[in-house]
Structures are given as C-alpha cells and as structure tokens.
Design a protein around this ligand. Structure first.
Ligand code: LFR
Length: 480
C-alpha cells in the first residue's frame, strides 16, 4: 500500500537499461527489468548511434517492467537527432566521439572568444559540446532540412508520447544555456548563427512529458494511461541527485565510461581561473549547479579490454592490484584519449613521451589507468574545492566504478579523504526519485538523499598511507 512503481530508462555509452523503482513512504527498491548493449556503428559518414536499436531496447524494457505509474528517461548528454517538418528523424544521431568536431572549436572562438563563451555559458571546453557539433554541421544538408532538434532522451520521449520538449539539465550541456538565468543564451546563439527555434521549449525535471502512445501501449502490453515524466535527463544530473550525501561538505565522482568529479553548488563559478582549469557548470536539480570536470574515466580501461579480446575483468583487476603503485601515470583528463581505438598503444606512448616506464602487460596497463584515474580524481576534487571555495570532508563515488574496489581505494588514498561508494545504479535511482517527487511521494533533494542513505548498500573506504606519492606523481605530469 502506498507503494508506486517507476520505470527508469537509463542509457549509457556502452549499455542501456530499464530499471523498476518501487517507492514507498520509507522504502526504495530498484530491480533491473532489461539490459541491452549500446553499440555505436561506424558508417561511411562516421560514428553513429544505433538509435532504433536503443528505442527497441526501451520498448523491450517497458514490456519486461510491467505496469508502472510513470516512465522517465535519462542518457548521456550533448547528442541529438534532427527531425524534418513532418517530425521524421533525419539520419542516425552522430556520436559525440565522431571526428567531425576536430578543429571546430577554433572557428567558434574566432567569433566568440573562449573566455567570453565560458563567462556566458559556464561550460568546460569539450570538442563535442552541442554548440561545436552544430557548428561542424553548419553546411550539412541534414541541418538545412531540419525543423527540430531533440536531445537523445527528448527524442525517445517524443517517440513514446508524441510530445516534444527540451529538458533543462541536458540542455545545459549544449553550451547554449546561461547557468545564471537557466534560460537560453540568446546572444551566444545569435552570434554563432545557431537557430534556437530548432529546440523545443524547455522542460524542468518533474514536468509531465505526455503519456505513452496507444501503439506503445499495445507493443509493451501496458494499460494506459502511463505518464512519461521529465527527469534530470542528463544521466549525470540523475546520478548526482542520487548521491547519498548528508550535509553540504561533500564531493562526488560519477564513474562509468566517464568520471565526472566535482561539487554541487548553488551558483555557477564563471571565473577565468575556473575556465583555465576546465571546470564545467552544468545544471542540476532544484536550482543546483554541477560544478565538475570531465575525466576520461573507465573508457580508458574499456577500450583496452576491447583491444585485448575481452579478458575477465575480475582477474585483471587482481593482477593490477599486485603491480607496484604509481610507476607511470597519464593525464586522464587529456582529450587525446577521446577517440576509440589503439588504447593500449596510446597509453604506452603517453608514458614514453613523458619519460616514465612504459607499461606493457595488461596488468601493468590496467594499473597505470587506475592510478591515473585516481590521480585525476584527486586533482579535480582539490581544484574544485579551491576554485569554488567549498571545502569537503568526504568523496561519494557513484555509478559503475563502485564495483571496482581497487579504483575506490586508490581514489580515497589519492584524495586523502574517505570515499563512500554506492549506489551503483545512481542514474536510475535519481531518475526514479524525480518521478516519485513529481507524484508527491518524496520531498526535495535532501529528502531523497536521506531515503537513499537508509535504503541503499554503501561501502566506505578510508584513505591509507599519506598523499606524498600522489603529490609526486602529480608533479611528474605537471612537468611534462
Ligand atoms: C556521462 C556523460 C557526461 C557527458 C558525456 C557525453 O555519461 O553524460 O556527463 O559529458 O557523457 O555526453
């Protein structure tokens, strides 16, 4: 009694899942209904998302989920589909790792200098921000034909409900939003020739986003009406909403394909120093700002594992734990690691170029990656505290990386702070919480976090040793 069920569709760069959250006055249970691979495809035009297969996975997942009180969708950020005037999709959405944005930022900065762009949008430089993607596509036939642009979760929502909108947290990753007003940055768009009419009206997390179309009900076997609720549709916004923090003195690291490391603030930090340190101000729930740095994350390891023919990860991590610590480190924030392919070689090359021992075996390369990630976590959390003037006592690690105990321990050691790891399915939980809130079942962000702390298994890692070796490794990278 009083328990409601919410389907959380959470799409990551390598897999998608539909989870069912059952929320009661003092309970929160999450179960997986369906998980499916997300395999980008290299076509003659470039790297593309297989959006139809993802939509098929969503429908399969809703069927497996069974009757729910609402559905919410979150995914990775920045990417979009274009629709023609009939509302039909024009081509497969371009993958943010596609090379079309190479060299585009310089062109943008010739019109709007990087300093000014940061002061207006607060977004860190990443070649794939929607603004650069749209600039790269400027003279394409597809963009010329497009009447509408929908970000990935908004596109899937449209296919489910027939209704169009642009959810705010994800919109903030386009680099076309002003983080102070939380509205479009009309001036930036105009100067770069980007037509904001392409975007559907902004939606806030918690807003209604329509009901499942009759055809969707038929295909999934659900009985209507089933509402779709806008959530923090940027997966990182949902994950941060599910950080089980007590007070305000916490940092978080959302781990998965990426590591997103930073702070939750109530106002953006738009200083030149912050820009130089490449910190982003993305929008979160309840007027919060996600002040963080994008770090390459477990992508580095995923790509190596792919190159090595998918060896068993558990054994690899055990071997890596035996390799001496911090022998060589790479800059895990370096955009040089963005594109797919040849990852073991690229890591070895980076070590050689910086005059460090060159890791060779999979265990050595894995150790180098995990040490480098922990080091990047340390730097991001130290820089964020300094730049925002917001000290912390604890680091919350959420997402897929919570399963990697070695990474969690190394992160605690590197930061010199306790790490609280969990929940693993943070994005799905944040997605569920926003739906539950929209239906009056939980209160604000603090309430949701309290519920998580009471109901989700968490693991604590105390920092071991002192941070001197990490400071030394940091200096090694800085000297390059
Ligand atoms: C994580 C994430 C990051 C974003 C990157 C690309 O899944 O959403 O926050 O910078 O993917 O969209």
């Amino acid at each position: 009694t009083g328990v409601k069920s919410y389907a959380a569709v959470d799409l990551g760069a390598s897999s998608g899942r539909v989870m069912v959250g059952r929320v009661g006055p003092d309970s929160l249970e999450l179960a997986e209904a369906h998980r499916f691979p997300n395999r980008p495809v290299r076509t003659p035009e470039g790297l593309r998302w297989d959006i139809l297969s993802l939509y098929g996975g969503v429908l399969d997942g809703l069927r497996a989920a069974g009757q729910v009180d609402s559905v919410g969708i979150d995914s990775w950020a920045v990417d979009y589909g274009l629709l023609d005037t009939d509302g039909a999709l024009l081509g497969n959405p371009v993958h943010y790792r596609d090379s079309r944005t190479d060299g585009v930022a310089e062109k943008v900065w010739a019109t709007v200098p990087a300093e000014e762009l940061y002061a207006a949008t607060g977004l860190q430089y990443a070649p794939f921000n929607t603004l650069y993607q749209l600039t790269a596509a400027r003279s394409s036939a597809q963009l010329a034909q497009a009447a509408r642009l929908l970000l990935i979760p908004d596109l899937l929502t449209y296919w489910l409900t027939g209704e169009q909108g642009t959810e705010l947290t994800n919109a903030s990753t386009t680099q076309l939003i002003d983080p102070r007003t939380r509205e479009w940055s009309y001036d930036i768009a105009a100067r770069l020739g980007i037509d904001l009419d392409l975007f559907a009206p902004l939606r806030q997390p918690g807003d209604p986003a329509g009901v499942l179309r009759p055809e969707v009900l038929e295909e999934t076997g659900l009985a209507g009406p089933v509402p779709v609720t806008a959530v923090g549709s940027h997966d990182t916004a949902s994950a941060v909403a599910a950080v089980p923090a007590g007070g305000e003195r916490f940092a978080y690291i959302c781990t998965g394909t990426w590591s997103l490391a930073g702070l939750e603030l109530d106002a953006p930090v738009l200083t030149e120093e912050s820009r130089a340190a490449n910190f982003t101000n993305e929008l979160g729930l309840d007027g919060t700002v996600r002040y963080l740095r994008n770090i390459m994350g477990l992508w580095l390891l995923q790509e190596c594992v792919r190159a090595w023919g998918e060896p068993e990860l558990g054994a690899l991590l055990l071997d890596a734990a035996k390799v001496p610590a911090l022998r060589s480190v790479v800059d895990a924030g370096d955009a040089a690691f963005l594109a797919p392919g040849r990852m073991p070689e690229r890591i070895a090359e980076a070590c050689r170029a910086s005059g460090q021992p060159v890791p060779a075996s999979p265990a050595e390369i894995t150790r180098c990656i995990l040490d480098s990630l922990a080091l990047a976590h340390r730097r991001a959390i130290a820089d964020a505290q300094r730049l925002a003037g917001h000290p912390v006592d604890v680091v919350h690690v959420v997402g897929g990386g919570t399963r990697n105990a070695l990474l969690c321990q190394l992160t605690a050691d590197a930061c010199g702070l306790p790490v609280v790891a969990g929940p693993t399915e943070a994005a799905a939980l944040g997605n569920v919480l926003v739906q539950a809130r929209a239906h009056g079942l939980v209160g604000d962000l603090t309430d949701g976090r309290r519920l998580l702390t009471r109901t989700q298994p968490l693991t604590r890692y105390e920092p071991q040793g002192d941070t001197a070796p990490w400071r030394e490794a940091e200096a090694r990278l800085a000297d390059r």
